[in-house]
Structures are given as C-alpha cells and as structure tokens.
Ligand binder design. Sequence first.
Ligand code: ZN
Length: 458
Amino acid sequence: MPYDLVIKGGTLVTASGRFAADIAVDGERIAAIVAPGISLDGARVIDATGRHVLPGAVDVHSHHREPGFTHKEDIVTATSACAAGGVTTSFAMPNVQPPPNTAERLDAMIALYGEKAIVDWNINAAGTVPEEIPALAERGIAAFKVFMVVDTGRDYPHMPGIGVHDHGKLLEIFEAVEPTGLPLMVHPHDQALMTHIEEQFWARDERDALAYAKAYSAHDGIIWDTAAALLLRLQKATGTPLHLLHTQTVGVVEQLRRAKAEGQKVTAELNPWALFLGNDWSNIERLGSYALSYYVPEHNTDPLWAALADGTIDLVSTDHAPHTREEKEPGWKDGWKAHTGTPSTQFYVPLFLDAAMTGRISLERVVELIATAPARAFGLAGKGRLEVGADADIAVVDLDGILEITDDIVLSKIGWTPYAGRQVRGVVESTLVRGAVVYENGAVTGTPGWGRQASPTR
Ligand SMILES: [Zn+2]
C-alpha cells in the first residue's frame, strides 16, 4: 500500500538540527521519516530536491477581523495568506465585533471558523468578563487575551470591551484565569503614563505619524516597561501563566530574564515589525502610519536578536494587523486617527529565513521560534514538529530562491504590505495542513472549512 503522500529529497530542519530525509504522510499525520534512498511509495510525491522542509509555522497572535471588520480582512483571506506564507496554525485575537468575551459569542465565532478557515486555528478569547472565563475555557481555547490599551481619539483597533488597565480589574482577571490552567496573553501598555505623554505631544501640536511613533516610544519605552513590571508582579501573585506580547524594549527583556531566572511562569513573544520594520526610523519617515505597529528605537535591535537567540524571548508570532489604505492615510496628518498595526502573516517566515541566510540567527532557532516553541507554549502536542505521529503540517521552502515582495502578491484583503520592494532569500513553495496541500505553485489550493480548531492537550 502506498502512502498518501511522500516528500522526497529534501533537507528537514527541526529545532535541534537538519538532516536529509524523506517524509511519508498517511491521512493527516506523518507516518514515516526515513533516510534518503530507502524507497517510499506515495500516491502523490512532492519532489523537494534542493529544498528545505520545515514544520509549518504556528502563529498564536493574528487579527483576522471577522466578525465585524470584514472590510479589512476575513477568515478566508487571512487563512489564505497563512497558507501562502507557510503558516499552518493561526490564532485569532479577540478585537472583533462582537468580541468573544462570553461563551455564546465564542461559540458563534467557532462556528464561523469551522466553515471558513483554510488552515488550523484557534481563538484567544477576551478575558474581560471574569464570570465567563470558566465557560470560555471549556471551549477548546488555548489562551485568554487582554489588552491594557484603551484607545484615545478613535474606536479601533482597541475598542471598548476588550481593554482593561485598572490594576485591580487586571488582578481579578489573573485570579479568574488561574484555575483554567490556560495562559493569559496581555498587550502591555501603561495607559496613565500614555495619557500624560499624549497630552504633552498634543499641547505642542505634534500629531503626525512621527509624533505618534515618538509618543509610544517616549522615555525609552516607559509605557512598555512599567506595564511589563506590573504584569510580571501579577503573575507572581496569582501563579497564572503569563504570555507577554509585543516584546520590544531592552527594559522588558531585562525583566523577562530576571523573572525566568526566578522560575516565573512567563513566555514572551516578538513580532516581526520589531526587527524588520518599526526599528528603522527611515521606514517610518517613508511610510508614516503604514510602518506602524510601533516605533522600536534602533538601540533595541541587537539586544532583541540576542534575546531571541538565548531564549529570553520564547517565540515569534505575527501580530498580523491589516488595515485599509483609507484607515492608514489620515496618519500623515494625525497619527492618532490612523489605525495602528501592520499586516505580516504572508511574509514573516521568508523574512526570518532571510535573517537565517544572512547569519543573523540560526535556521534551527528560526524553526523553533516560529513553530516548535509556540506549539509547546500553548499545549499543541501534534503541532510544530517533524516527527512520526505529529500532524503533517509542513512547509517546503527554497532557501536559494528570491522572493520579491510586492503589493501585487498580497493575499490579505487590504492589498498592501509595508515590506513591498524588498527581496528576501526564502520562498515558500508548498504548505501542507494535516496532510492536505493548501498552497503550491503560487496558488492557494486549500478549501475553506478544512482548518480545524487546534486545541491544547493538557
Ligand atoms: Zn495584536
């Protein structure tokens, strides 16, 4: 009996090393991994000669915009971009309308994903209604999410109902999440400090995208550092596993290092914009709000790469945050009127592969950061690894190929990318989700509804 599919001739890359091997897939799982030359019979054969074979990326932080903001993105377009980018699992953030902060709303969202998702998925429920937390936890989710942000002067992307910055309320949420055993993801932000900083900028009539960038990084990232300190202290008080989002300052890295040395239950994430976009002032001058997520002053870059290499930062996820041009354009005059965030799910794997090719980081560590570590941190036993018995979630990449990033190849509904004009070494050629080819030869071949909820097995 032939296997359903065989990937032949490639070099497998795992978190711990690389080796030449062929992979056989039966049904949804990896059935065999054998040395080249041992003949494997496959009903379908993918020739990976000269290619590298990676576990599909597990992105635990993405904004798919459905329900409520489908003019920006929807589940089909977001997960199409995932397929093209080698992302086989994508977790949605809860700033949608209505936000999944009750069991009823979460159930409706789960039903939507069941019909539409092309890759595997989960939903990070909003942990803003403490009494709903136990019921939300029963629905196969892998984490809760809270934003400490309440936007000033606009109602998106951090609208009412998902933001909490009152310290007592945050403590209450940490306490409510603890019995579920699930991690709490938090976007760190010190709203009280930010309010004062913003008032100073506005008093000087500084409102453009450059002012916005400077305000969020004022006093060398004080709003990030003080928020992280609070969150780490709440973690210590409650024992609730904390997943810290948007790591981008030396100050936060130092706190993480200390907390981990003391055995605190904390994982941390870095987003691609912190190393490939917002850490270069010339990008912000050139692209204005289109380059903002956030400005990460240049002196943070080397320490962030070091923290990725030594494990202080556990994983990379995208913070894929699509907004239309119409929503970004006002930023030239008023950065506070433009929606914050940048799209990235389609190109972050190639950007990190390129970094490995240029010697910034090892290829094995990239695989760990984008696939193995996020799967482990969120309890996804079958994901993020190339092993017999694991889900056949696989990306075949050409590390010699040059990807020319242009707006034309963007699959996200918004049709633009801040990375346009770049050439990177690392082309995703095919993507498999549980054995099904969802992308190959430049086209998405996956079917809406194939994606399944990727739940933790704890
Ligand atoms: Zn985000």
